[in-house]
Design a protein around this ligand. Structure first.
Ligand code: NAI
Ligand code: ISE
Length: 335
């Protein structure tokens, strides 16, 4: 059975995922798109083979031509669409964040629990990156002993003027929050943010770089350096220090130039280039799961937990204090 996907939000990542769902992923087609910017939706629809353009996300969700929904609109719109998908009993993949506020995430958890079956996955694609999976396998095999410290680096070449010091947490470090929880298999229970010396290459309103220390239930530290304007490219690193050894992410090298006594390798310009294979793998896992009647991917609980951590993280950016994080009880369908 081919899964007909409807896409809400045809911006950068909606277009990228749409192209894959239409041309790369086995078992899916794109049957519908919508965007508040109708011209943009029509432009993307044309590249996907003239798929139907709906006036609104809610009309798209209700359509008989849509079996599953991909939400790639801006964060503040996610909860409304995810809740409408649950009400319609339709599977939905929502890009991060599940929702920007904890009450919205809790509403989604309650709605899915009341529906009684998982329908929602969240686009935390790094879980599908071969490097991160290898680091997790090294821990699970016992090769590096007990996890003690996770060091993370996350650098973007540049960001626009609209990017704020709080977005370092809610838009970017939210990925390290998810990978830390997933790699270590523990919830994050505290966060502290320490602002380093600022780069002159950022707009004055932005604390850049930003440095955070997350603590997990058993006391493992996960440190994150996020640098929004590093200038040289997109660079994500991770080293897990264990009691017997360490396991590190190796950046994929796509080409190198050897000349004049130097071996120069290329660096991806952005997240699309660096995590292209991971996005493909997450979409394929979702579609293959739906064909088998299963909901495969990070759950709404994972989405809630990440939003909870970054919400407290924003307070930590404001106060500089070590802030404690407490969660609601996990509903049975996520245990
Ligand atoms: P974008 O700004 O390029 O696209 C967002 C689109 O949503 C725009 O076309 C906009 O017109 C549309 N939109 C806004 N309000 C809407 C509404 N009420 N209904 C329907 N469409 C609406 O943004 P981008 O970069 O594509 O990000 C979209 C989402 O994907 C965000 O939640 C972002 O955090 C996430 N994202 C995830 C990444 C990842 O690595 N997993 C990478 C980049 C973005
Ligand atoms: C962007 O929204 C993403 O999700 C990217 O994966 C991340 O690297 C970037 O910092 C965010 O702005």
């Amino acid at each position: 059975m081919t899964i007909r996907v409807g896409i809400i939000g045809t911006g950068l990542i909606g277009e990228d995922h749409g192209r894959k769902l239409a041309n790369v992923i086995n078992g899916s087609t794109v049957s519908a798109v919508t965007d508040v910017n109708r011209a943009r939706a029509e432009e993307v629809a044309a590249t996907l083979g003239g798929v139907r353009v709906f006036d609104s996300g809610l009309d798209l969700i209700a359509s008989d031509e849509v079996d599953a929904v991909l939400v790639t609109s801006i964060g503040p719109t996610h909860a409304e669409y995810v809740l409408a998908c649950i009400a319609a009993g339709k599977p939905v993949m929502c890009e991060k964040p599940l929702a920007p506020t904890v009450p919205e995430c809790e509403q989604i958890l309650a709605a899915e629990a009341a529906f009684g079956k998982r329908l929602v996955i969240v686009g935390y694609m790094r879980r599908y990156d071969p490097g991160y999976r290898q680091v997790k396998a090294s821990l699970e095999s016992g090769a590096i002993g007990d996890a003690l410290i996770l060091h993370n680096v996350h650098r973007n070449a540049t960001v626009g003027e609209a990017y704020t010091s709080f977005m370092t947490m809610t838009d970017s470090m939210i990925h390290e929050v998810d990978t830390s929880r997933w790699l270590l298999g523990e919830e994050i229970t505290a966060v502290q943010v320490i602002p380093p010396k600022r780069t002159p290459k950022a707009f004055p309103h932005l604390q850049d770089p930003q440095f955070a220390v997350f603590t997990t239930e058993s006391g493992i530290l996960s440190t994150v350096e996020f640098f929004a304007n590093c200038q040289y490219g997109y660079d994500v690193r991770c080293e897990l220090v264990g009691s017997l050894g360490t396991s590190s992410l190796a950046n994929p090298v796509v080409s190198s130039t050897i000349a004049a006594g130097t071996d120069a390798t290329t660096i991806p310009p952005d997240w699309r280039a660096r995590f292209g294979a991971a996005y493909t793998a997450e979409l394929q896992a979702w579609i293959t799961g739906l064909q088998a009647g299963e909901c495969v991917g990070p759950s709404a609980w994972e989405g809630y937990a990440a939003t909870k951590v970054v919400e407290v993280g924003v307070e930590a950016v404001k106060t500089g204090e070590r802030m404690i994080i407490e969660y609601i009880e996990k509903p049975a369908i996520y245990r």
